[in-house]
Write a protein that binds this ligand. Structure first.
Ligand SMILES: Cc1ncc(COP(=O)(O)O)c(C=O)c1O
Length: 367
């Protein structure tokens, strides 16, 4: 909601006066398929182990946390190394309260009034939002009709604009579509040639078969990969995101992070989650097969989905405004996402039972 009238005594920045706080509706008592969360609660063995670890940490809450989150970062390095085959150490990882905070830390380090950030839209709307808050000029490059990035055009744009920060989200939110590693490599080359940083936002990587941009780090020091535990780890409430990159990028993040930004509780909980990685990620395969089932149901009613490598689907082909169809789902107890994209709506993959409810509502609405 935009505040129409700020109080006269509040010296709020002029450029922030017309911005709305970011956020999707949070509505009680509905099937929430609107924020790309993982619908499965933590396995009971993880709850037990985490409770025990947190109880021990609570007694020490009089002390500040490990400012450098060294143990957590070592575990994240191990996790990413195992998944990608790329050797990494604690010096390659920085962790924060969700990947949004990582993005902000990078903007604070390399953005600002004299910089330029470039992205390919439609994509994750928080990238331009943080650009605005950090006073970083933003240039919105486009995607093609299938929400892919035309690499030749993108390279030309990068050379023309010489941005300090280039953002690629893959799998992309809201489309779910992926950028291949060959294309990312070309974008990395172009970004490097103008002295910029290529930030690859891989929030949904674990749902995808496409190789991670982490595999580019050896050849391209200016590539930084942003990841989160919110999605595949089903850990959104704990707020843990991280970046993978060269030590110089981590050192730059150390300058712009707040002191003691990551609480002892968050660090301990995330460490336990990583120790239980297979259990925490136990539902990924099910979510992928459910994604395909929901996609088929959407196709059966005559709507269209884009090929998704994430835990959500963007669909189109319905008659009427997205806001009207969104309301029709809500009237049936299903909260999906109107991302403000003409002709499209996005649905997160839920539990099989939640997906059934979505499909039942879909069939009614499409009739
Ligand atoms: C592409 C993308 N990046 C980053 C995030 C932020 O995730 P978090 O701050 O929970 O780590 C999201 C969340 O939906 C996302 O879709």
């Amino acid at each position: 909601m935009v505040q129409s009238q700020w109080p006269y005594w509040l010296p709020l920045r002029g450029d922030l006066r017309n911005i709305s706080p970011y956020g999707a509706p949070q509505i009680e008592g509905v099937v929430a398929l609107n924020t790309n969360e993982n619908p499965f609660p933590l396995p009971s063995e993880v709850v037990a182990a985490m409770s025990e670890r947190l109880t021990a940490v609570i007694a020490d809450l009089n002390r500040y946390p490990d400012r450098d989150a060294t143990t957590l970062r070592a575990k994240l390095a191990h996790y990413i190394s195992q998944g990608t085959g790329v050797p990494l150490g604690v010096e390659n990882i920085w962790a924060a309260n969700g990947s949004n905070e990582i993005l902000q830390t990078l903007f604070l380090a390399c953005g600002g009034v004299e910089a330029l950030a470039l992205g390919f839209t439609p994509s994750y709307s928080v990238h331009p939002l943080i650009a605005q808050i950090t006073k970083t000029p933003w240039f919105a490059g486009s995607r093609d009709e299938e929400f892919g990035i035309n690499v030749a055009n993108a390279k030309k744009l990068i050379r023309e604009k010489s941005p300090q920060l280039v953002f690629v989200t893959t799998p992309n939110n809201p489309s779910g579509t992926s950028t291949s590693i060959a294309d990312l490599k070309e974008l990395a080359e172009a970004t490097g040639s103008v002295g910029g940083l290529l930030i690859v936002d891989e929030a949904y990587a674990e749902f995808s078969d496409v190789p991670s941009a982490v595999t580019l780090l050896a050849d391209f020091p200016h590539v930084v990969v942003v990841r989160t535990m919110s999605k595949a780890f089903a850990f959104a409430g704990a707020r843990t995101g991280y970046l993978v990159g060269k030590p110089a990028i981590v050192n730059a993040a150390l300058i712009t992070r707040l002191p003691y930004h990551l609480s002892s509780l968050t660090q301990a909980a995330a460490e336990v989650a990583l120790e239980f990685t297979p259990a925490m990620q136990g539902e990924i395969e099910l979510l992928i097969s459910e994604r395909e089932r929901v996609a088929s149901a959407i196709a059966e009613v005559g709507y269209r989905t884009l090929p998704s490598s994430a835990n959500f689907l963007l669909f189109s082909g319905f008659a009427g405004e997205p806001s009207v169809i969104w309301q029709a789902f809500l009237d049936r107890g299903i909260l999906i996402r109107d991302i403000g994209l003409r002709g499209f709506l996005r649905v997160t993959i839920g539990t099989p039972a939640e997906n059934e409810q979505f499909i039942a509502a879909l069939r009614e609405i499409a009739e």
